[in-house]
Ligand binder design. Structure first.
Ligand code: SAH
Length: 568
């Protein structure tokens, strides 16, 4: 009689989480081979099988014994916790077979029965921390050189993977987790959410949700899996939630998804997708021009990077709903009859209660001077755990963990500081009005700020505002430029502020009456807000719609760059 090897993953350790096939496979086996604790965990499923128990480090002899018995014609189950193919017995059994020249045809039959691996069982207990690209790393250096493990931690940290750490620590291996934390802190905020789950779905299950900087202050052992969030992972109600896409973490103002369902279905909604990049890069000649003689847009290359807000992705056809829609529907079903929140409110909560509060702060629209008192107040709010980043837009970007963003905004506003959300919002960048001496037009800058500053738009929008014709703060380089001259305003539209092919905005009007300015700019921004495609920069929008408020778009004159000779 031909024997058979059944390599079975029995999941985290509770009977409910063993698959049907795994149960059957255990029951139909004549011999069960496994590590002592594992045999105990499945004891309730056993009948009269022969049991071969081994110690922890005897994997190789376990695999050899399994192959030997199967060759004798027995049905042999080799059991692993979780999935047998994840740091389990599957590979080892195949290695022993390979060593013996095993062939699929004519050799003992092998079946690998999948199980729920710890990354998924612990993930389920922590909320939804995996969600996006993730990896598993075992910190055990018994079979793998530490240098290689450290390199993998480094790579995963750098690439913003959600990371599941297996075998994080044992009685003898205590330094690995310390080194791992140190490496990850180079790439991730100390406040990155971390979940520590011990004995998932077993009697002594213990769950801790903490942060990267604090994780070592908790019990970590051989039965623990640690999940480290990526830069977008949030804490909510003690759970870790990683968004499907990378969304900005700001909480000021923004409440709803800027993308409407019908917009999500358009290819323009995914400018970061490879196909779209390829279209721009490869359909035209090799000298990096597209058909309108414009360079490849470096912003679009940037858009492929993880910093960009990736809005909820579209499904390929209108008949298939995307994950957000399905989730919303599920929430609605759950809340029916309970009279609880609607799905839309839930979405709002998710944005409103993030623990990392990220905002921009400046001394004002025109004022460029920070006082010592203001700096001290910012410093105290940030403390040792938050961070302050100096931005190219006359602002400090502040990130701080708090449950009470309102308190921070109140405190800083009381000191005369101007707080703004960051991300895809309209923002005024004004000059210093020659140290406020040429201040006649400041009220208009402030009025525009009050009217449309903070407005959510398809892509970040900078409105440059300069108080004289020198325009020394570069208003005419911005998406929208406004220059005060002879008590009237000049207007510029569609500057390309970044990229190698950056260009100034197109002068569209001179001598606009101050009384008309605010309304005019508001209408322009509102049209962009309404009709711009997600992630479409203002200059591209202007080019696409060809006309805004009667101002016609004109092509910027492009330089021709000769390709450098290369190859020899
Ligand atoms: N094949 C297993 C992994 C074996 S390596 C799987 O797919 O899950 C052993 C490691 O798995 C442990 O150090 C721990 O990190 C993790 N692990 C196994 N069972 C676990 C459980 N019930 N709860 C938490 N972590 C567990």
């Amino acid at each position: 009689m031909a024997g058979k090897l059944l390599i079975i993953g029995f999941g985290p350790g509770s009977y409910e989480h063993i698959t049907k096939r795994a149960r059957e496979a255990i029951q139909e086996s004549e011999v069960i081979i496994g590590y002592n604790t594992y045999v105990d965990l499945i004891a309730g499923l056993l009948s009269d099988q022969q049991i071969v128990r081994t110690g922890m480090t005897e994997e190789v002899s376990r695999a050899q014994e399994a192959v030997r018995q199967a060759k004798l014609g027995k049905k042999v189950a080799v059991i692993s916790s979780g999935d047998a193919g994840v740091y389990g017995m599957a590979g080892l059994v195949y290695e022993v077979l390979m060593e013996q020249g095993w062939k699929r045809e004519g050799g003992v039959e092998v079946e690998v029965v999948p199980g729920i691996s710890s990354v998924h069982s612990t993930g389920s207990l922590l909320g939804a921390p995996i969600m996006h690209d993730s990896c598993t790393i075992s910190l055990s250096d018994h079979l793998t050189p530490w240098e290689l493990i450290a390199k993998r931690v480094e790579a995963a940290g750098m690439a913003d993977f959600v990371i599941a750490l297996y075998n994080p620590r044992s009685g003898r291996r205590t330094r690995q987790i310390v080194e791992t934390q140190k490496i990850l802190l180079k790439y991730r905020s100390p406040l990155t959410p971390v979940g520590i789950v011990k004995s998932a779905y077993r009697d002594r299950q213990h769950i801790v949700v903490t942060t990267l900087e604090d994780m070592l202050n908790h019990d970590i052992g051989m039965l623990t899996t640690i999940i480290i969030g990526n830069s977008a992972t949030k804490l909510y109600e003690g759970l870790m939630i990683t968004p499907r896409g990378y969304q900005r973490k700001y909480t000021l103002g923004a409440e709803t998804q800027p993308l409407k369902p019908h917009q999500r279905l358009k290819s323009e909604a995914e400018p970061w997708a490879l196909e779209q990049l390829e279209e721009e890069q490869f359909t035209e000649s090799h000298d990096a021009y597209d058909e309108e003689n414009e360079f490849i847009d470096e912003e679009d290359e940037e858009a492929a990077g993880i910093e960009e807000p990736v809005l909820l992705k579209s499904s390929p056809s209108p008949s298939t709903r995307n994950s957000l829609e399905l989730a919303m529907e599920a929430l609605q079903l759950v809340s029916q009859g309970t009279g609880s929140n609607t799905a839309v409110e839930f979405n709002t909560h998710l944005t409103a209660t993030q623990s990392i509060f990220e905002f921009a702060v400046s001394p004002g629209i025109a004022n460029k001077k920070l006082s010592a008192v203001q700096l001290i107040a910012i410093g105290e709010i940030v403390g040792e755990r938050g961070d302050i980043e100096y931005s190219p837009h006359h602002q400090l970007i502040v990130r701080v963990q708090t449950d009470n963003p309102q308190q921070i905004t109140t405190e800083l506003s009381a000191l005369g500081l101007l707080l703004s959300p960051i991300g895809d919002v309209a923002q005024i960048k004004a000059c210093d009005f020659c140290n406020l001496e040429k201040g006649d037009s400041i009220p208009y800058a402030e009025a525009i700020h009050n009217r449309i500053g903070h407005l959510e738009v398809p892509k970040e929008l900078k409105i440059g505002f300069n108080g004289c014709g020198m325009a020394c703060y570069g208003a005419v380089q911005q998406d929208i430029g406004i220059v005060y001259r002879k008590e009237k305003f000049d207007l510029f539209l569609g500057g390309k502020t970044v990229g190698r092919n950056a260009h100034a905005a197109q002068p569209v009007a001179e001598g606009i009456d101050p009384e008309e300015l605010v309304e005019l700019v508001t209408r322009i921004v509102e049209r962009y807000q309404k009709e711009g495609h997600p992630n479409e920069r203002f200059h591209k929008f202007f080019k696409r719609v060809k006309e805004i408020e009667g101002y016609r778009h004109q092509e910027a004159v492009g330089f021709v760059i000769e390709n450098a000779l290369c190859g020899d």
